[in-house]
Structure formats: C-alpha cells, structure tokens
Design a binder for this molecule. Sequence first.
Ligand code: TMP
Ligand code: ASP
Length: 254
Amino acid sequence: MSRRRQLYEGKAKVLFEGPEPGTLIQYFKDDATAFNNRKHGIITGKGVLNNRISEYLMMRLTEIGVPTHFVRRLNMREQLIREVEIIPIEVIVRNFAAGSIVKRLGLREGDRLPRTILEYSFKSDELGDPMVSEEHVTAFGWASVQEMDDIISYALRINDFLSGLLLGVGLRLVDFKVEFGRLWEEEDVRIVLADEISPDSCRLWDTATGERLDKDRFRQDLGKVEEGYQEVARRLGILPEATPRDLAGSETLQ
Ligand code: TMP
Ligand code: ASP
C-alpha cells in the first residue's frame, strides 16, 4: 500500500493515485462503521468480498448501459477506477420498509412500499449525512437539474436490474445507497455511477427466510457477519478461491 500516494481515506475504503492521469486505485478495507461512526469494528475479509461483489455488479450494470467509474479489478483488495468529481449526495433507493424510514414514518419493517422511493442525504460526516430534498440539491448547486434527471433515471434502472439479478439468487433488494460522480472527458462531462455496491451499502434479505445478509448483521449485532457477506458472494458465483487467512490479510494476491 505504501508504494502509492494516498489521496483520501474513508471509513471503508482508501483512494490512491492511479497509474495514469484520470485514474485512481480504490482499496477496500475490512473496517466497518455504523451510526455515523459511533460504532466501529472489523469484518474479516469484508474488503476482499466487497471488492469482488462491487466489481461484479458494476460490470453487469455496464453491460446494460449504466456508465460507472469501474475500470478493472487489480487484486484482492484493489480496483482501478476513473477519477470523478463526487456529487456530494447519497442516493437511497427503497423497495421495502427497513432501517431509518421505519422509525421516521412508523412503518412495519419488511412491508413493500407503495412504490419505489428515492431519498437523498447530503454527504457530511460532521452533520451526520442529513436527509435533503431534490430542491436542496439543485438550489445549493450540488447537482444541476439535468444531472438530477440522469441520477434519478440511473438509480431507477440500477434498482430494476439489480432487484431482478438478486431475486434470481434468492435475495431481496430491500434498499440500497449509491453515489454518482462527474466524469470529465475532454470538453465533455457526464454522470457516472461511483463508489461501490456491496452488502455495506445494500440491504439484502434471503427471499425464503428473511435472513439478513448485509451490514445490518454488524449494525444490529446479529452475529455471523462475515458469513453474511460470504453468502452473498457465493450466491453470485464469485466467492474468491481463498482460504480464510487470505481473506484476512491479502492485499495484492490475485
Ligand atoms: P437507512 O435505512 O439507514 O437510511 O439506510 C438505507 C440504505 O442505505 C441501506 O441499504 C444502507 C445504506 N446506507 C449506506 O450505505 N451508508 C450510510 O451511511 C447509511 C446511513 C445507509
Ligand atoms: N457507514 C455509515 C457510518 O459509519 C453508517 C451506516 O452504514 O450505517 O456512519
């Protein structure tokens, strides 16, 4: 890791300078946080699994025409990505009632929502990622009206596609969070999917049993946290051929 210049360290990932201008290396850590950083932990092997899962899902999304920052996976914990200017909002897509919306609106957990609901949070650790409306996003210039149109249509396409893909392996996509960025290409700028899509950023429930197979196992102390992430990778057919020791430590193994 030390051979490259570190540009940014987040709660679950580190960004390094990439090999060419306009590229970055995204390194996936095992660190997990919840409740705006108040809860910390290590989920052994999470970085390796999220690197794989996010690679797989972003590649599938590219195939259906959703542009992403993903270029290729480099090794067990790193992927090459295109450098984008992150739009400072988290886009949350909800299909079923779970998490914060249950408390906020007094819903019954697990109920299907009347329709898919989009929410936005302003990315600010200091402020605890407050929920905002599309009005705030455009009024404060975090994204233009045209950019929000693209973001909303990509978010809904991602939702439809991933809901079907995951249903095919017995997983219900309850909700998820995505982030987008501006990709500058010569004179042109366009919106692309950025960050990651993994059990850190999705709620995934087993369709038959309702078992949680995502970061809620960590947030709610449900136990078998590593196993949840492994099960998602296994169902997607991408569990890396690695021993538990590799999952724990490896930085650069293929
Ligand atoms: P919430 O119900 O806690 O608002 O979370 C909605 C979805 O967004 C859920 O799939 C988890 C994901 N999420 C993140 O990826 N990062 C966050 O910081 C939060 C709060 C939620
Ligand atoms: N990752 C977020 C945090 O640390 C919250 C979450 O995913 O629940 O605060």
